[in-house]
Design a binder for this molecule. Structure first.
Ligand code: MG
Length: 259
């Protein structure tokens, strides 16, 4: 069942979204070779708890940390660890979900660690562009498949691949709500292809891989990696569909993007 949020509810989600963006920005400010993913996870935890938020990924189905931090060929759901240290040239995906006063926000960003290869830099640019295209398609009168198509064509026209096993989602009082927001078009037309209506709130989250769309899950039961171990980027915003156009809820206080 899809929920349609009132302007008041959307403002509550924006509060959650600002905390999400602020937490991701803390990681960006602290990012350097040698820092461990656990240190970054604890920065996220402290930032969110100091503002009265609840960390939605903590113990979600048993997830053992506060955020998902995924390095290089890790696509999503990387587990922060004390001994996992970043190196110059890595890329790091930071995914944070927060609930405050009953409403949720969810966003992700992939950052370069120091100087990265041209290949990595291009992947980050395309991944970000895919998110922007998906957001631009999130307009009243469009359908979910229009968002999917915009993202997929952006990735594939750049020679990259979108992950199909994981998708974006509705979000509101729960982290994961209807509808699903795939980053690709189904081979058969979608049986259920909802029209975008005022008040729908979507977590749009392209996962873009250089070499293959195929992924596998590591023995830790969480970390999703590209099958060919090629690099992967993940960009996500929580976006409200509104009469005047898409409204990004996971921006920093003042309206800037993270990074
Ligand atoms: Mg999400």
């Amino acid at each position: 069942m899809i929920s349609y949020r009132t302007p008041e509810e959307i403002e509550k989600m924006r509060q959650a979204g600002r905390i999400v963006a602020g937490a991701i920005q803390e990681v960006w400010k602290a990012l350097r070779p040698g820092v461990s993913t656990q240190e970054l996870d604890l920065l996220i935890r402290d930032f969110v708890l100091d503002r009265g938020g609840k960390l939605l990924f903590y113990r979600y189905r048993g997830f053992p940390a506060n955020s998902c931090l995924s390095i290089n060929h890790e696509v999503v759901h990387g587990i922060p660890k004390r001994r996992r240290k970043l190196a110059e040239g890595d890329i790091l995906s930071v995914d944070v979900g927060v609930k405050i006063r009953g409403y949720c926000g969810d966003a992700a960003w992939t950052f370069p660690v120091g100087e990265v290869s041209d290949e990595a830099r291009r992947l980050l640019a395309v991944g970000h562009e895919c998110l922007q295209r998906g957001i631009a398609a999130s307009r009243v009168g469009q359908r979910i498949s229009d968002v999917s198509r915009a993202i997929q064509s952006c990735a594939e026209s750049s020679g990259y691949h979108v992950v199909k096993k994981f998708v974006g989602h509705g979000i509101g009082s729960q982290l994961h709500e209807d509808p699903q927001v795939p980053n690709y078009l189904e081979e058969k037309p979608l049986r259920h292809d909802p029209a975008l209506r005022e008040g729908m709130v979507l977590a749009i989250e392209p996962m873009v891989n250089i070499g293959t769309d195929d992924v596998e899950i590591l023995d830790d039961g969480w970390t999703v990696v590209t099958k060919d171990r090629s690099l992967s980027a993940h960009f996500e915003h929580t976006v409200a569909v509104r009469g005047e156009g898409p409204d990004i809820l996971t921006l920093l206080e003042g309206g800037a993007e993270v990074g």
